[in-house]
Design a protein around this ligand. Structure first.
Ligand SMILES: N[C@@H](CCC(=O)N[C@@H](CS)C(=O)NCC(=O)O)C(=O)O
Length: 281
């Protein structure tokens, strides 16, 4: 029988693909990976081609013979089924609790994922987390700590499960920002255990080697002036410009200056190194 194909996503952008990929790896299922480049602008044509065989036109998609599985959660459950149920707790009540956590994560984890993009986990500097984000993280870690206390660890339900794997991209996001984990001792050990797993290391090593994918709304001009992010440099507007530079707004940078983040001059173009990514097209 042909090996299933996982249409995955750019490794420093697709947290959904990472979850599906991890579940297949941890379930020891052989699969071929085709990385779909989801960076703009090639994203649009590449996902349109995915749409030719998968109605949501998103990644990840697992194609196993004639079966198309078009959602990360469904792929994870499929991986668990093929592994004889090894990646979910044996007790029905525990399984339901594991699936509750998975559903919470699948729905965006009370906005944590929307606010703290996966792409930003790979940036060379991080903006400080906002109070509202810290509050959401406290709620999450209070819940995880309780699970680890009940199970005795090292994972949320004792042995590694889909619930742990589902949360790996969140762990990556938060441990790479300035979240203080010390109040949650069990969760601190749990995050360390997850980040040491060979499959997680393999994905992150590849993701860390990719050019950064800069998102416009990650760093506002006000954040850029925070002293811990380094010196902001201003560039003169081009002298050939026929436009008047805009007037300075109170609390903003001087008129006409281009805000350069502290990595100015070292910032690779998002398109600079596409050769490292194996396109599927
Ligand atoms: N519910 C889907 C979400 C997948 C998803 O949002 N994938 C992104 C890439 S990381 C995508 O393909 N987005 C395309 C779009 O939003 O049009 C899943 O869990 O697989």
């Amino acid at each position: 029988m042909a090996t299933p194909i996982l249409y995955s996503g750019t490794k420093n952008a697709s947290s959904w693909a990472m979850r599906a990929w991890l579940a297949l790896r941890e379930a020891r299922i052989e699969f071929t990976e085709e990385v779909v480049d989801i960076r703009r602008p090639q994203r649009f044509i590449n996902l349109a081609r995915i749409g030719a065989f998968s109605p949501p036109a998103m990644v990840p998609v697992l194609v196993d013979g004639n079966t198309v599985i078009a959602d990360s959660l469904a792929i994870m459950e499929f991986a668990n089924d093929l592994a004889g149920g090894a990646l979910l707790p044996h007790q029905a009540a525990d399984r339901a609790r594991a699936r509750s956590l998975m559903a919470w994560q699948h729905a965006g984890l009370s906005n944590i994922c929307q606010r703290i993009s996966f792409e930003s986990a790979f940036y060379p500097f991080k903006r400080p987390l906002m109070n509202v984000e810290r509050a959401e993280c406290r709620r999450l870690f209070h819940c995880l700590e309780r699970n680890l206390e009940l199970s005795g660890g090292p994972y949320l339900f004792g042995q590694l499960s889909l619930a742990d794997l589902m949360l790996v991209p969140t762990v990556v996001r938060l441990t790479r920002h300035d979240l203080e984990l010390a109040p949650w001792q069990r969760s601190t050990s749990w995050t360390a255990a997850l980040l040491e797993r060979p499959a997680v290391v393999e994905w992150l090593t590849q993701a860390d080697a990719l050019p950064h994918i800069w998102l416009d709304d990650y760093l506002s001009p006000r954040d850029a002036q925070l002293p811990e992010l380094g010196q902001v440099t201003l560039h003169e507007p081009p002298t050939t410009s026929h436009r008047e530079p805009p007037a300075a707004e109170p609390g903003r940078q001087a008129a006409g200056g281009l805000l350069q983040p502290p990595f100015a001059g070292r910032m690779p173009s998002p398109m600079a190194d596409s050769s490292r990514i194996r396109p599927w097209l």
